[in-house]
Write a protein that binds this ligand. Structure first.
Ligand code: PSU
Ligand code: MN
Length: 305
């Protein structure tokens, strides 16, 4: 296993000192945002994590290795490359063996983080049960990973490109706790409201850390969703974004989009139809998650040292 894992100098030094580490995914860089905003945002998010007392570890597949933490040059190269493969659980073996560039999804980032002993992972939004999944069976591998891999995912909830109600049902079946950070309602990425309750409202990083510790001490495998709402001032208008998502869903259907292409297609359409407004919101919420996630990592690290 170790032959495939390469820690950056920063992560190696951080782990040696016992500092809290925060994992970051790379699909958001390659498939979620255009160059150069993607690289700029990734760097800013990493700096926020440092400013809050933790060490950032952006995870990607490069040259047959799982990179845990990217150098500045690697991040630039990765963010500016065309045709980076979206890497979920099923893709890892193939992409490593063929030494292709791979952008880790939430599922794959959780796997790689666990291999590197990182428990806390910050991202934008998770995959889930797609609308119409009763017939398409399109359910993100992210949910299965949350069921079995011991990593907490700090996100801004799930986008309404998904069936949020079914996503919550699936997580309930799999025993994955869905925590609202300072909220009773699951946020829906661009908006603070979804109309669905979270399982537990928790208000401080320390209490989140205690919940994670108790869960894992019991040997209850699997992750947790820590849903942190987008800041009020950055949230998009509910009716505006709903209309755009409906349009994107129709276009995906008309174009016969399937499999791993569904989510990137929908995200791309939303971006196009909002003329960049969704990109600004996306950047703001990831940064907000980085603040909360690093505080949770610091608190969790204290509990365990
Ligand atoms: N949802 C978002 N932004 C994202 C993704 C999902 O709001 O960037 C990305 C994440 O990497 C997530 C992946 O893990 O898409 C899920 O893809 P799929 O639905 O194909 O499992
Ligand atoms: Mn899918």
């Amino acid at each position: 296993m170790k032959e495939f894992i390469v820690l950056s100098e920063e992560v190696k030094a951080g782990q040696a000192k016992g500092l809290p580490i925060v994992a970051l995914e790379s699909t958001i860089i390659s498939h979620g945002m255009p160059y150069p905003q993607n690289v700029k945002t990734a760097r800013e998010v990493e700096q926020i994590i440092r400013d809050n007392g933790a060490v950032p570890a952006t995870i990607a597949l490069i040259d047959g290795k799982i990179k845990i933490g990217l150098s500045d040059e690697e991040l630039e190269m990765f963010g500016n490359s065309q045709g980076v493969a979206k890497a979920s659980r099923r893709d890892l073996g193939y992409l490593l063996a063929t030494k292709k560039l791979g952008a880790t999804t939430v599922a794959a980032t959780m796997i790689c983080a666990e291999l590197a002993d990182i428990e806390i992972f910050v991202t934008g939004g998770i995959g889930g049960v797609h609308r119409g999944a009763e017939t398409t069976m399109d359910i993100s591998a992210d949910l299965e990973e949350l069921a079995q891999t011991n990593v907490a995912v700090i996100c801004a909830g799930a986008k309404s490109i998904l069936d949020i109600g079914l996503t919550l049902e699936y997580l309930e079946t799999k025993g994955v706790p869905v925590v609202g950070y300072g909220t009773d309602e699951l946020p829906a990425f661009y908006t603070r409201q979804s109309g669905f309750d979270v399982n537990f409202k928790i208000d401080t990083p320390e209490e989140v850390a205690e919940m994670l510790r108790a869960k894992w001490q019991l040997g209850l495998k699997g992750g947790a969703v820590i849903a942190n709402p987008i800041p009020e001032s950055e949230a998009l208008e509910h009716s505006f974004i709903t209309e755009i998502i409906e349009k994107a869903l129709v276009e995906a259907e008309e174009n016969g989009i399937q499999g791993k292409n569904v989510t990137p297609f929908l995200l791309g359409k939303v971006k196009e139809l909002t003329e960049g407004k969704s990109l600004d919101a996306n950047i703001a919420l990831v940064k907000n998650n980085a603040v909360v996630g690093s505080k949770i990592a610091v608190a969790y690290n204290k509990l365990n040292s």
